[in-house]
Design a protein around this ligand. Structure first.
Ligand code: C5P
Length: 286
């Protein structure tokens, strides 16, 4: 085998709670992460050096790219003097709170393990993923998961029928680092109740699920960018059961059960924003 294609789906955070600041400077999280069907396509072709190419010039085509770093780490770990050409077909918006870069890096780890038969087990891949970034371990998985610690300690949730969302990414990006730096527990209006969320998940009670969708990082991002509040209101008045920001933003997503209403919301949002996506829960098939 000379070449492999791997799907790299975006993630959204159905809940996101910050429990406090840790000694290592990171924040202790408790968040429910979910894969959605907005997917980058990663093509890996065997070669002598690590090369990044893409249909997008918004991402770096060199070692600043997390996908490049993933390949470097993989070859170091498996002690292989090898290279790979990584072609990233970018569909996930950049710096959007959707873990696009992390998902690309996870796809490179999975793909190289197949292509180069490195035979790294799940624990080793998870270890490498942790070195690359807080969201990368989740991106290796195929399930919805509760993530704790920096985001790397994962407890899978049982599978659920597909949920349907509308994602709206406004025309600006937000730095995750900045949002965490400005985060202040005292300014949070509502904290998620993950126990209630998990009960609703088990019961497949979508109304209850929607009501428990809460992201404490909105306390920072919405005050920096009040426009995000307008997007939330627009989605809810268009028929979303609820709408919250994903990760540190700026993408906002609405949860819909009425797909006709989601279509209407899509056209309404498309009048203002160029990056609007109808997505559903995603399960990796390869
Ligand atoms: O791990 P990653 O590089 O994706 O995180 C980006 C930045 O987000 C970190 O440098 C840190 O400032 C912040 N962060 C945090 N606590 C987390 C995850 C990320 O403070 N659990």
């Amino acid at each position: 085998m000379n070449k492999i294609i791997i799907a790299a789906p975006a993630k959204i955070n159905l809940t996101l709670d910050v429990k406090g600041k840790r000694a290592d400077g990171y924040h202790e999280l408790e968040t429910i992460m979910h894969h959605v069907s907005l997917v980058d396509k990663i093509t890996l072709t065997k070669g002598d050096n690590i090369i990044i190419e893409s249909n997008s010039n918004l991402i770096p085509w060199d070692d600043r790219n997390l996908a490049y770093q993933a390949a470097q780490l993989y070859f170091k770990e498996t002690r292989q003097e090898a290279g790979v050409k990584i072609f990233i077909e970018k569909n996930i918006p950049i710096s959007a709170g959707l873990a696009g870069g992390s998902s690309n890096a996870a796809a490179v780890l999975i793909g190289l393990n197949n292509l180069y038969q490195g035979n790294l087990g799940p624990d080793k891949l998870w270890e490498l993923a942790c070195k690359l970034g807080s969201d990368v371990p989740f991106c290796l998985t195929n399930t919805t998961a509760m993530a704790r610690g920096r985001g790397e300690l994962l407890t899978p949730l049982p599978p659920l029928d597909k949920l349907h969302f509308l994602l709206v990414k406004p025309d600006f990006s937000i730095s995750t680092r900045e949002v965490f730096e400005k985060f202040d527990l005292k300014r949070v209006k509502r904290f998620p109740n993950n126990r209630v969320f998990l009960l609703a998940w088990q019961e497949y009670n979508i109304i209850k699920l929607a009501n428990e969708m809460v992201n404490v990082l909105e306390s920072v991002s919405l005050s920096l960018y009040p426009e995000l509040d307008l997007i939330k209101s627009k989605l809810i008045s268009s028929g979303a059961l609820n709408a919250i920001m994903s990760g540190s933003g700026p993408t906002v997503f609405g949860l819909f059960t009425d797909l006709g209403k989601r279509d209407q919301a899509y056209y309404l949002c498309r009048e203002i924003y160029s990056e609007v996506f109808k997505v559903s829960s995603y399960v990796r098939s390869e």
